[in-house]
Design a protein around this ligand. Structure first.
Ligand code: NDP
Length: 479
């Protein structure tokens, strides 16, 4: 299947007619071609967005809202088609795409379609000076949205929906590894009546197509989700042009388990927070710290549960763990398992590639639990982004807090305890943008989402996203 760029409401080949192979992770086969777009394609997308901006930015909130909610409805109508496409492109179980990825993509459009009608600005009366200030929140213009491969349509739309709702026009690039659902979205946007040029989707490599978006002098804001190294590079390119930047980057999130927690609930959720989406979620709790008094019991129970997870073809309804996204990523994750052992880590289960009958060239890996001797080893410090978690005991609150914070990342943290005072103490001291207590990945789209330290700058979600995609302008009237 050949994917095309979506520019000015039309589907078109890349100007240079250069293409990239698209792989199916479940069998390792090439199943399509995607545009290897160049600066010229990005320029065309920019010009189309620029032409559409005047009208779209003046379109009433009711009309913008109507179009976004219509996109959401059409996505829901095509849930099956999109879920299968996402699974084939990414390797994730169809069941997961059907219950998480695509419903959430639809929710993103619905949420921001509604949120924009409630988005308000402040006014400040300068008492004693006979003056009134009010703040306009104006769309920025043409903005760039760049998203990763792990939750392809979910994260793509998490940026596009608020950008469009706020009245911007967009040049967007999904990951070249998982471009399919972004491509399919174009048709839905046309059907929903999104005016031509308001959204433009350009496919290609990060280092060329993505770079061209970031370098474009008139694309005034960049919303990026991806790796920390790429985020640092983008910041370096964008800073001298004074672009607005939202960077959602990597994570190495602690999952801290106290003996007083609700044990069964914790165990069920910890299996999920460790291995959902093959562990390829920036929010996965990849460092598990367990209070020493229940450490041995937890270790036995957890490993027993992990061994029961079924690694299988993404289309099988009983598959828990599908394929990793690509061969290079599989190699990277396997490398970390080797590094862990070199650093005296003990593999408690998993660690091996899985040869699925009839799909021997797919990128399958057993869910892996590694007991580590110290929190300072590389597998405990570096983001692996695969089905690998580390396990370590702790004795005191102070000790675990110190270990939890002693990484360069600060995206999310999970805490399992029924002690209210401890919850309050720890959640205020954990260095993270999101702290979940007795749950994981429970998302309310109104809340601020993002990380601290090397996990990024800025927040997405709710009005935070609408603030990012608008410029505040103060108007002061003397009377
Ligand atoms: P990458 O940083 O490799 O890529 C992310 C996106 O940026 C892709 O579309 C990529 O294109 C593009 N890109 C790469 N280089 C450039 C460049 N020079 N200029 C502009 N764009 C570029 O991340 P991955 O796709 O590998 O995603 C995994 C990472 O994403 C993990 O570190 C994970 O933690 C992080 N992530 C963070 C989340 C958060 O909310 N904090 C959520 C989900 C993931 P291409 O793929 O074509 O190279």
């Amino acid at each position: 299947m050949t994917i095309q760029n979506y520019i000015n409401g039309n589907f078109q080949n890349p100007i240079s007619n250069a293409w990239i192979d698209n792989y199916n992770p479940s069998n390792g086969e090439i199943y399509g071609q995607i545009p290897n777009s160049s600066t010229k394609d990005v320029e065309q997308a920019y010009q189309s967005a620029k032409s559409a901006f005047k009208s779209w930015s003046q379109t009433s909130l009711e009309e913008r809202s109507r179009v976004l909610i219509r996109i959401s409805e059409l996505l829901e109508d095509q849930l099956d088609r999109f879920a299968k496409a996402e699974s084939k492109d990414n390797g994730k179980p169809v069941a997961l795409a059907k219950t998480v990825d695509i419903p959430r993509a639809a929710s993103n459009f619905r949420f921001f379609g509604n949120a924009i009608t409630q988005f308000a600005s402040e006014s400040h009366e300068s008492v004693g000076h006979n003056a009134m200030n009010y703040t306009l929140r104006q769309p920025i213009g043409v903005v760039g949205c760049i998203s990763p491969w792990n939750l392809p349509l979910y994260l793509f739309t998490w940026k596009i929906a608020p950008a469009l709702a706020a009245g911007n026009c967009v040049v967007a690039k999904p990951s070249e590894i998982t471009p399919m659902t972004a491509y399919l979205l174009g048709d839905i946007c046309n059907e929903a009546g999104l005016p031509k040029g308001v959204l433009n989707i350009v496919h290609g490599l990060g280092s060329t197509t993505g770079q061209a978006i970031v370098e474009h002098p008139d694309i005034k804001a960049i919303s990026f989700t991806g790796g920390t190294a790429t985020g640092a590079h983008i910041a370096r390119v964008a800073a001298p042009m004074f672009k607005k930047l939202s960077l959602e980057l990597g994570g190495k999130n602690p999952n801290i388990i106290f003996a007083d927690c609700d044990y069964d609930d914790m165990l069920n959720t910890t299996v999920r927070s460790s291995f959902a989406n093959q562990g390829q979620i920036c929010l996965c709790g990849s460092r598990i710290f367990v209070e020493a008094t229940i450490y041995d019991k937890f270790k036995i129970d957890f490993v027993e549960r992990v061994k029961r997870l079924k690694v299988g073809h993404p289309s099988d309804s009983d598959t828990d763990i599908g394929a990793l996204v690509s061969q290079p990523h599989l190699e990277k994750v396997k490398d970390y398992i080797r590094i862990a052992q070199e650093e005296d880590g003990k593999v408690l289960c998993g660690g091996q590639e899985v040869n699925l009958k009839n799909f021997e060239n797919g990128y399958y890996l057993e869910p892996t639990v590694i007991e580590v001797p110290t929190d300072e080893c590389r597998v405990n410090q570096e983001e692996i982004f695969g089905p690998v978690v580390t396990l370590m005991p702790f004795h005191t609150e102070e000790e675990v807090l110190q270990m939890a914070n002693k990484v360069k990342y600060g995206l999310s943290a999970t805490l399992w305890t029924n002690d209210l005072k401890r919850t309050m103490r720890m959640s205020s001291q954990l260095q993270a943008g999101i702290v979940w207590v007795n749950t994981w990945m429970m998302r309310d789209l109104r809340t601020p989402f993002g990380g601290v330290k090397a996990s990024g700058v800025g927040r997405e979600g709710g009005f935070e996203a609408l603030r990012f995609f608008t410029e505040p302008k103060n108007v002061c009237i003397k009377y």
